[in-house]
Design a binder for this molecule. Sequence first.
Ligand code: BES
Ligand code: ZN
Ligand code: ZN
Length: 506
Amino acid sequence: MIDIVLSGSPLQEIVAEGYVLFCWESDLISAEQRDLCARAGFDSAPYLERVAFSCGTGVTAVFNGTIAKKPVYIFFIGLGSKKTSTVERREQIRRAVGQAIRQAEKLKITSLVFELPHLDTTGMDGFILGREIATTVEMASYQFNQFITDQKRHVAQDYYIVLKAPEDIHEELRVGVETGIRIGHAVNQARHWCDLPALYLTPTALAERAQGIADAHDCLSCRVFDKKEIEAMGMGGLIAVSQGSIQEPRFVVLEYTPEKNDVPTVGLVGKGVTFDSGGLSIKPAARMDEMKDDMAGAAAVITTMLALAYLKPHIRVVACAPITENLPSGTAIKPGDIIYHYNGKTSEIKNTDAEGRLILADALAYLCKNYKLDALVNIATLTGSCAAALGPFFAGIMSKHEQFQTRLIDAGRWSGDRLWPLPFIDDYRAAIKSEYADVCNIGSDRYRAGAITAGFFLSNFVDENIPWAHLDIAGTSFEVPDRSYYRGGSTGFGVRLFVELLTNWK
Ligand code: BES
Ligand code: ZN
Ligand code: ZN
């Protein structure tokens, strides 16, 4: 549990094991900070000079001393330059907050005071600052330890944090903190499902969890389609991918209904492959374990709904997730097979490892047919090609709807789940022509650009009139380096992005 409270008292009157002083590069140490250091038993100025502490990004200086006979730590955490853009400063602050938690872990302390930077240096209002801090503390303290029986290997997850800030912004901060905790929980829920081995997070288990979330909130409703129903609906892609496994597929539709009626409707679709071995076109053994994360898209859309249930935006949202395993067996689909999708189109499966697009096709067509959508976005760990192109810090976005794409990119910049556009013009479409079916599930070698050709495959299943964007999160969903508020394992990419998009819908 993270407990975040507010205080306007002078630093040295607040009792904690650790005092976190966030400072901008080239800022001088304040009189209050100096007093705190003096109270703890040292003169900060010469010490800081000696370590050449400049408050640059990523720089931390730690003192230990005693206050009222109790040991305390004081850490100065550099925020970097305050001359950067508002978007950049937002991320600088998140990373510094993440660092504060990492430092506390190292020192094994769990009660902290955060002395917040002056609001006008942050480019945020009190609400946003509180929200970002709380979300980031939640994210930084997440760990996946349920299978580690040696308690000594666990690090603290429970923190008591006092935000020290002027009293006139306490109310804004408090509402922001409450919001941020909800967002952080949703992100961490998504991470937990991704980190769970496929042994435990089967398609049925994930669908049950979606149902469980809906059952707990009146504004959410959930329908889970089982194998028979999926077959009867004609979702040939989802059936085909699932047929190599003894685990049955599920198709989840989760709806958020706002209080007001006359509002736009946005559709979300997330890829839910709970394990992707590649099927008969089997993947190499090295790092195949990571393919338990191949449901990161489904996790992101389901837990976004969890956040929305608390944040109650004035917009209708329908999230759906086709969920399955992709395994080789005597019953598995074979390269060369041709299947029928929900909208009646056929696809030739030349590579059973390009399974994500087959199940997304059915889900996209389902949403377009059964809902009147104002916008549609899908999110998927879809291609190694996208991960190779953009690496771990940006997910790929592909869309022909420039306005909608810009909106998503902006939401990505503000939320920290950043997106980068890949060209999405019809020149690439010919890559997925099939001799025997309407489309082929892999692009021709001559066109390369595997991320983009996958996007074009999907475009065959979306109503052209609906603003639609495809997000490829293969590179950003797990094992992202050098980010203080992540650990190894999954990132929950997409939840902060969708919350930002949907709670500020224009
Ligand atoms: N789930 C993978 C994509 C992936 C790769 C996600 C690495 C995360 C990290 C997807 O189903 C896949 O295997 N795609 C193939 C497509 C190819 C066969 C056209 C790929 O990217 O190699
Ligand atoms: Zn695959
Ligand atoms: Zn996959």
